[in-house]
Design a protein around this ligand. Structure first.
Ligand code: SPD
Length: 292
């Protein structure tokens, strides 16, 4: 599906069929990188007010301004819901933001990292050193592979799987389909948890309902959380979580002060609050009716 992004008079606008009638625009100072990899167009901009910005196939992935909000919540909600995550898999997230957050947990023994496009890692190392700092962690094993094929080979291997994907357009589309979620479940150890980016409750209702229904059908426990991220369309993004055992909605253990002081968004209170949804969203997820 085509995006119609353009730069007009110093502004980059993300205009996507996923949210008709609106655009998300950033004032830019310069183009730092713009090349097509084997899989996608990779762009890096210096924005005027949001730091550097990473764009894949026209879709804004992050800005330095608020990337911490998304990466902390996508990582620490499942990490703290699980009582003792030792073996963790990350699919996607080639910029390294999720890896950086997982690396803050001393209890983690092994981190498999599967990214289809090595160029995203290379670009992140060059332009986003504060994000790409986790690649050299000795616990990390890097697999440059298609995440869908990779996960099909795994059985009961991980305590936690985090999927940090782009939108369900192009290379990431199959990461929003049921066969992939079945494979995620099969790859989890007993008591395991999976977490994926879950788009916007306001703008991507069909996708959100589909994710909720698929995960409800597969996992004994399922929940949807939301996070404030001004960079993303609508100023927020959802997280879709499934659990084979632990309660997702509250931390199962306390956070050490050393770790808490490293974080800017996550804390135990916001872990619980993130699952409190507006009435329309609760009804939409319960009934599957996007007009609820
Ligand atoms: N609408 C774009 C959502 C992108 C989510 N993934 C971002 C990757 C950052 N690590």
């Amino acid at each position: 599906m085509k995006n119609y992004n353009r730069i007009t008079k110093g502004w980059f606008s993300e205009i996507c069929h996923l949210w008709p009638g609106a655009a998300n625009s950033f004032e830019i100072e310069s183009v730092l990188y713009n090349k097509k990899s084997k899989f996608q167009q990779i762009e890096v901009y210096q924005t005027r007010h949001h730091g550097r910005m990473l764009v894949l196939d026209g879709i804004v992935q992050l800005t330095e301004f608020d990337e911490f909000a998304y990466h902390e919540m996508l990582t620490h909600i499942p990490m703290f819901a699980h009582p003792n995550p030792e073996s963790v898999l990350v699919i996607g997230g080639g910029d390294g933001g999720v890896l950086r957050e997982i690396g803050r947990h001393d209890g983690v023994k092994a981190i498999d990292f599967c990214e289809i496009d090595e160029s995203v890692m290379t670009v992140s190392k060059a332009f986003f050193p504060k994000l790409a700092c986790g690649f050299d962690d000795p616990r990390v094993n890097i697999f440059i592979r298609d995440g869908i094929e990779f996960i099909q080979e795994k059985s009961k291997e991980y305590d936690l799987i985090i999927v940090d994907s782009s939108d369900p357009i192009g290379p990431a589309a199959d990461l929003f389909e049921k066969p992939f979620y079945r494979s995620l479940k099969a790859a989890l150890r007993p008591g395991g948890i999976m977490a994926t980016q879950g788009e916007s409750l306001f703008l991507h209702k069909k996708t959100v309902i589909k994710l909720a229904q698929m995960t409800k059908a597969l996992f004994p426990l399922q929940a949807y959380a939301h996070v404030l991220v001004p960079t993303y369309p609508g100023g927020h993004i959802g997280l879709c979580l499934g659990s084979l055992g632990p309660d997702l909605r509250r931390p199962s253990r306390s956070i050490h002060l050393d770790l808490q002081t490293q974080l800017k968004y996550y804390n135990p209170e916001i872990h619980e609050a993130a699952f409190i949804l507006p009435r329309f969203a609760k009804q939409m997820l319960e009934t599957g009716d996007e007009n609820a």
